[in-house]
Design a protein around this ligand. Structure first.
Ligand code: ASP
Length: 209
């Protein structure tokens, strides 16, 4: 059809890669299954760098359903590449020990208090209720042990940034208060998606300055 570029979101991991191997126009991965979400990682990094001087040595806690999260995987690859120190936090159902092999220097914590302690950035991930069905940890248990509350967020640095790729489920992985607190960058992340994706398109089309 004469497209200059293809942006693809697909439920199967690797679909953009397969498409790119058959086409000679740029293919942009807008999220492939549980695998990767590169533009989310870029816009999150952009958001972080609007508040923090450098990624080097930055303490980042990623809390929630890491296993099913393409956002977490891409964030881990990008942030560790530039020297951020990441602690992953969640129950074993959502965070197998194997996750440490995603990048060098990753830590796993099973208690949210420990993972958030002294953090510069706290990234909370969505937890779909359906995914808790049939697991050892039920919804109530998850909320009690892992929900981001103001008391837990206070354990992070006073200027810590609270992030979430969305869509958020208020009352599940975070409280209403946390979602709307002054440290919350959730709306800013959405807003920053526009210029970052414009830049990705410009770069793909060879129009970046
Ligand atoms: N906010 C993200 C998006 O819709 C979340 C995701 O795809 O996993 O692009």
């Amino acid at each position: 059809m004469g497209a200059d570029v293809i942006v693809i979101r697909h439920p199967r991991a690797g679909a953009p890669h397969l498409m790119a191997s058959h086409l000679d126009i740029p293919v942009i991965n807008a999220g492939d299954g549980m695998h990767e979400h590169p533009s989310q990682a870029l816009l999150d990094t952009y958001t972080i760098l609007r508040h923090k001087k450098t990624l080097k040595g930055l303490q980042v806690a990623i809390v929630g359903d890491i296993y099913h999260s393409r956002v977490a995987r891409s964030a881990i690859h990008l942030l560790t590449k530039f020297g951020a120190r990441i602690t992953l936090c969640g129950p074993p159902e959502f965070l197998p020990e194997l996750a440490t092999s995603l990048a060098p220097g990753l830590h796993i914590s099973r208690t949210v208090e420990e993972s958030v302690h002294g953090a510069d950035v706290v990234m909370v991930l969505r937890v779909q209720k359906e995914r808790l069905a049939g697991q050892k940890i039920g919804v109530q248990d998850y909320v009690a042990r892992y929900q981001m509350t103001m008391a837990r967020l206070k354990l992070a640095k006073t200027d810590a940034l609270l992030m979430h790729p969305g869509p958020i489920i208020r009352g599940l992985e975070l409280t209403w208060e946390v979602a709307d607190c002054p440290q919350s960058a959730i709306v800013e992340e959405v807003r920053n998606g526009v210029p970052v994706r414009m830049a990705i398109l410009a770069k793909a089309l060879g129009r970046a300055r």
